[in-house]
Each structure stands twice: as C-alpha cells, then as structure tokens.
Design a protein around this ligand. Structure first.
Ligand SMILES: Cc1ncc(COP(=O)(O)O)c(C=O)c1O
Length: 457
C-alpha cells in the first residue's frame, strides 16, 4: 500500500451511549462527503476564491426551472414563470432564469431597476409590493410594466399618475383571502371576504386610464399542502367570473405568486422535508385542476403566472465553510466554530440545513454545537448536529442555501465573501466579489470635526 492511499488516522473516541436511543450501531452517521459541486472540486474552489464561499450551480437552476415549467405546461396550456427577485437577485442568477424565459417579479424600485439593467423589458416585469414610489410608478407606467396594486392609496396615486401622463397602465390587484393558511397573510393586497377586493376592482373598472389585466395572490411561503392553492385558484377564478358577468370583462391572467415548500427541513419538523413536503406535481395538479374547472372552454382559460422562488433556487446554492476551532462546552458537549455565521446564513433561523464534510469523514461521529465566527451569542448555525472529527481548516458544505440567504445576508462584524457560479461548461465564474474595507468605507463620511488629527490628538 502506497503512503498516499493510506486511510486517515482517526483518534479513538469514547462516546456515551444512551440506552433506548438510537446509537452509533443503530444510526450510522450517513454523512457522505461532498467533494465537488457539478464535478468541480470544492477544495480547488476554496483555494482560488477563499472561505467562506457561496457557490451557485447554473445547471441546478436550469434543471429546476425546466422541470417546473414542464410539470405545469403538461397540465395547463398557458403558463408563465416570473422570477421572484427578492429570493436571489444576484445578476447571474436572475439572468439564468430570464434565459429560461422567466419574466421578472419585483417588489421595489431597486429590484425593478435591477431587472431593467439586465435588459428585461417593462412588459415582462410584474411590479408587486406595498412600497412603490411616485417615481417607480411613473417609470413602470411609461415602460408598460404590469402593476399589481397593493392598497387603495397606491390605487389613487396610480390613477392620478396615469391621468397626468395621459397613459393607460396595465394593472392587477393583489388579493388576500382565507384559503386555510393561518395566520392569514392579510397585510398585503385587498381582502376578498370583506368585499375590499371587489371595491378595488370596481374602482379600476371605472377608471379609463387603468386596464385591468389580472388577479394576483401570494398566500404565504413554504406552504406544506397543495390544498390552499386549490382554494386560492378557485376563489380567483370565481372573482374573474364575476368580472365577466358584471362588466363583460375578461382578465388575461391569474397570478398565484410563490410559496411552494422546498427540500430544507424546518426546525420544528420531525421528519426530513424530502419525505413530507408536496412535490411540484402535487401543487400543479391542485392549481391547474381548479383553474380548468372554472373555464367554459379552453379559449377562456387565463394565463397562469407563477412567482415561485425558494423551490426553484434553494437547492442550487451551497455555502462552503472552514473549521476555525474545536471546543468543549462546560457540560462536556463538543462544539465547532466555523467561518460562516448567521449573518451569511439567515435561513439557519428556520432550517436544519443538510451539512456534510467535504472530505471522507470516517465512521465515527459525535453531536456538536455549530457556532459561527461572530462575537455574538446569537451566532449559532445549529444547536446540535452529528459530525465526524474535524480539524482546523477542514471544510464543510452547507446545502440548499440558494434562496433568501444572498439577499437577506448582513454585513456584520465580518465582510461578505465571494460568490461563484459553477457554469454548465465546467468553468467557475466569480459572480459577486467579496467585500473589502474600502467598499464599506466608500459609503461613509467622517465629519471634518472628527478627522484623524482631531481624534488621535
Ligand atoms: C409576492 C411574492 N411573490 C413570490 C414570492 C416568492 O415566494 P417563495 O420563495 O415562497 O416561492 C414572494 C415571497 O415572499 C412574494 O412576496
């Protein structure tokens, strides 16, 4: 046996076994290593781009989007996805979705401008959200975007803008409703049951400068059953039917927002998410079945728009992190400090992420608390996770972090790291540069009175 192929030395470990619990005999660690992402060595990427490191997989995004489209399109004739920018608005990620024919779904002037900057035309942008400034609305009207009105004040503002510009805006309303998801997400849009939604529609129908093109809802996020979507699709179809009966007006689309659950397991979930969340087919079946039942003929069917976020991008993202230290806590429990904290992994407050070693971990594992590098007590990535012995510098791969982490991350105590994308051709591209001290300070201004000479004396 050559020296290079020798197995790594594992120091003997004595672990307390609790009778009646699953132990190392009954419960193998199951921690298969993750040496690469789409065939590209994680160690090599870290050598080149440093640690921690976010890695996105172009292929995983495309596969997820194509699969979702196929699942809906085989059940319903007119389907359009609109990429939910807030889920991950890195340009490379959005551009990948757009090249898969997704429109943009944005909820702020910033996101709108980002989409336009990527070359998305106004007539492929859905503008949602409660906070659209006068300037945002004017730009969107001028560029023929789809405006999803959230509240009456926005509606009145839009009426006055379109009248003063002498232009017609394409509008939908966001509707909130009881579809069995509690607590109700009634803070966005107009409520259906109390008649507010109908009132808003009547106002729009009475305004020549507004063209009512759609009905929209977003019933929540990580919805663990397809049934609420069936209810939502039914209720919006009935609303569309009322518009037809009352005004002879036919809407162009029904937009059911996002919210499909993903493969990450929530903290409170007993079983792994993979086994308990519905498949995309089940959501599609519920939605398309409800829409089909309400159409008198195929030509009557409105276009179905979906703003799916996390279920499309979560699995395409990985966070690679290095061990900074091994420690024993006061009660003897093992703990590890890694170089990625909750400032980068916002979703660790909700999820028990799958975390695997990058190298072969050996057979023994031990429960450990996983702490981030921040000098703050809240920085706990996982209260307890079974991990093999790891040394300083060993790498871990945190899976399924493509959704919301790269938009809700914080520059806090440390700087945000590089983000790379493994491209379909096997190359690795830097898609967001690590922050530097200069980048942070560039935004700051020191009052003259506090200039260096005055402070240092
Ligand atoms: C209006 C709207 N559409 C789509 C989404 C994406 O949701 P998800 O990531 O749960 O699919 C959100 C997220 O909150 C949203 O507010």
């Amino acid at each position: 046996m050559s020296l290079g192929s020798r197995k790594r030395y594992e120091r003997p470990t004595i672990l307390k076994q609790y009778s009646g619990y699953m132990n190392k005999v009954g419960n193998r660690s199951g921690l298969a290593p993750t040496p690469d992402i789409d065939g590209v060595s994680i160690e090599k990427m870290v050598e080149q781009f440093g640690s921690p490191l976010f890695v996105m997989s172009e292929q995983a995004i495309r596969m997820a989007q194509r699969r979702a489209y196929r699942v809906f399109k085989t059940r319903y004739p007119r389907v359009q996805f609109a990429w939910s920018y807030k889920t991950n608005y890195l340009d490379a990620v959005c551009a990948t979705f757009h090249s898969e024919d997704s429109w943009a779904e944005v909820v702020s002037g910033f996101e709108y401008n980002k989409a336009r900057g990527l070359g998305v035309p106004g007539n492929r942008i859905i503008f949602n959200g409660p906070d659209k400034s006068e300037e945002d609305l004017k730009r969107a009207v001028n560029e023929d975007a789809y405006l999803h009105v959230d509240h009456f004040d926005e509606l009145y503002r839009l009426i006055s803008i379109t009248e003063s510009l002498g232009k017609t805006a394409k509008v939908a309303i966001r509707v909130n409703m009881d579809c069995g998801v509690y607590p109700l997400w009634d803070r966005f849009g107009f409520n259906l049951e109390n008649g507010e939604a109908w009132q808003a529609l009547k106002r729009i129908m009475a305004t020549p400068s507004l063209k009512l093109v759609g009905l929209h809802t977003h019933i929540g996020t990580y919805i663990m059953s397809p049934d609420p979507y069936r209810v939502a699709a039914t209720k919006l179809s009935e609303l569309a039917r009322s518009l037809q009966t009352e005004y002879g007006h036919k809407i162009e689309y029904i937009d059911l927002g996002g919210g499909f659950a993903s493969k990450n397991t929530l903290h409170g979930q007993y079983l792994p998410a993979e086994g308990v969340v519905p498949t995309i087919e089940e959501y599609a079946e519920a939605i398309t079945d409800a829409l089909m039942q309400h159409a008198t003929s195929p030509s009557e069917l409105p276009m179905l728009i979906l703003e799916t976020g996390r279920a499309l991008v979560e699995e395409a993202g990985f966070l690679i992190t290095s061990v900074i230290a091994n420690k024993r806590l006061a009660d003897g429990r093992k703990s590890l400090i890694i170089d990625a904290g909750v400032n980068l992994l916002f979703t660790s407050f909700w999820y028990r992420h799958k975390i695997t070693p990058v190298r072969d971990p050996g057979m023994v594992s031990e429960d450990a608390a996983l702490y981030g590098p921040l000098c703050m007590n809240i920085d706990m990535v996982r209260e307890s996770i079974s991990l093999p012995p790891l040394n300083l510098g060993d790498l871990l791969c945190i899976h399924h972090v493509g959704a919301y982490d790269m938009t809700q991350w914080m520059q806090f105590i440390t700087l945000r790291p590089n983000v790379v994308m493994v491209m379909q051709d096997g190359t690795v591209e830097l898609i967001r540069k690590a922050e530097t001290l200069e980048y942070i300070r560039e935004r700051e201004q020191l009052p003259r009175q506090l200039s260096k000479n005055n402070v240092v004396g």
